[in-house]
Write a protein of this length. Structure first.
Length: 347
């Protein structure tokens, strides 16, 4: 009892050892990281699904529009010192989605968030990663610069159109792939005599990784583009006669590439044609083109919202949310991201 009273008197007088213990406890409390997840309005269903996978609720945010279309955002609770993840894919209208993301990050930065991660399942303007003609912009680089200027500390994205986009940032870029998800779906079908087909030279590495996962041979198609959103398949390199062909691409926009590729494969004797793509942009008359094509099934993920009117019988949508949730948690805990996708996160 006497010892306890003595220690109490020393603490009251400011005993150095006691103060050190109190200071250490206070410091641990201050430096403990807090995870908060927010979602923009581009794809709120995906944001909710990711948050559920993390076992948290989405942070409250007021996102609205002025009468002239300008975007207003405000976080409705304190974000000081938090590890903030903002989920905003570049869905239509793409420019509004990007601007909203920028404003969300700027608000977080000005409200003293400790770290800001932009979770962009689909990276907008990724097809414009280099100059192919004189007097063109490198739009993917410009997007990277404005994301950096808005306050991002790191970016997380899925299946970039061009891997070099990661080099447009001077901070960590976590790149994951939907390949394990797509491969698992195809493997469960137990399709006979598979051959994985790359629709152009740019997808050869991805096609090879899918072929390795499915333990099948692969083929390559020679494509040229007479104009934007137009594709012309010249010939197929590899044996597809009598086989079940699996086309693999990073995105399906107008559907031109996959539809033309499926027609060419059918002409070369392919028995059935399936197609896989991570990003379901599906713009214009893509649904009608896919419906009338030789493609038996198009497998996509929900990195972009697929409205009910576009969910035709031929289109299967897989959820990328569990993979995103695992990646967000790995980033938060400072753990390996590549282990989540089996080392296939580089293209």
């Amino acid at each position: 009892m006497a010892g306890a009273e003595k220690e109490k008197r020393l603490e009251e007088k400011g005993d150095p050892e006691s103060l050190r213990r109190q200071g250490g406890a206070a410091l641990r409390e201050v430096t403990r990281k807090k995870l908060m997840v927010f979602s923009g309005t581009a794809h709120p269903a995906l944001g909710e699904e990711v948050a559920t996978g993390l076992g948290v609720t989405l942070g409250p945010v007021d996102v609205s529009r002025f009468s002239n279309g300008e975007i207003y955002v405000r976080f409705l609770e304190s974000v000081r010192g938090v590890d903030a993840f903002v989920i905003q894919t570049c869905a239509e209208p793409v420019n509004d989605s990007i601007m909203e993301l920028l404003l969300l990050m700027d608000a977080l930065k000005r409200a003293s968030a400790k770290r800001i991660t932009a979770v962009m399942p689909y990276y907008g303007y990724s097809r414009q990663d280099k100059k192919t003609l004189a007097r063109e912009p490198i739009s993917a680089r410009l997007v990277a610069e404005i994301i950096t200027a808005a306050g991002a500390d790191r970016v997380l994205s899925v299946d970039l159109h061009a891997g070099q986009i990661q080099g447009f940032f001077d901070f960590p870029f976590d790149h994951i792939t939907a390949l394990p998800l797509l491969a698992s779906h195809i493997a469960q079908k137990n399709l006979p005599d598979l051959v994985v087909v790359s629709p152009d030279a740019g997808r050869v590495k991805v096609a090879k990784k899918l072929a390795d996962r499915l333990h099948t041979p692969m083929a390559i198609m020679h494509k040229r583009r007479p104009d934007k959103n137009m594709a012309e398949m010249l010939h197929v390199i590899g044996d597809v006669d009598g086989r079940t062909a699996i086309l693999i691409d990073d995105m399906v926009d107008t559907g031109g590439t996959l539809v033309e590729a499926a027609a060419a494969l059918k002409r070369d004797g392919a028995r059935e044609i399936y197609a896989c793509a991570t990003h379901a942009i599906i713009s214009g008359n893509a649904v009608e083109r896919i419906e009338g094509s030789e493609i038996k099934e198009l497998v996509v993920t929900n990195t972009l919202p697929v409205p009910p009117e576009k969910k035709i019988g031929k289109i299967t949508v897989l959820s990328i949310a569990p993979m995103l949730a695992d990646t967000v948690m790995a980033v938060f805990k400072e753990e390996s991201v590549s282990e989540i996708v089996g080392g296939d996160n580089q293209i």
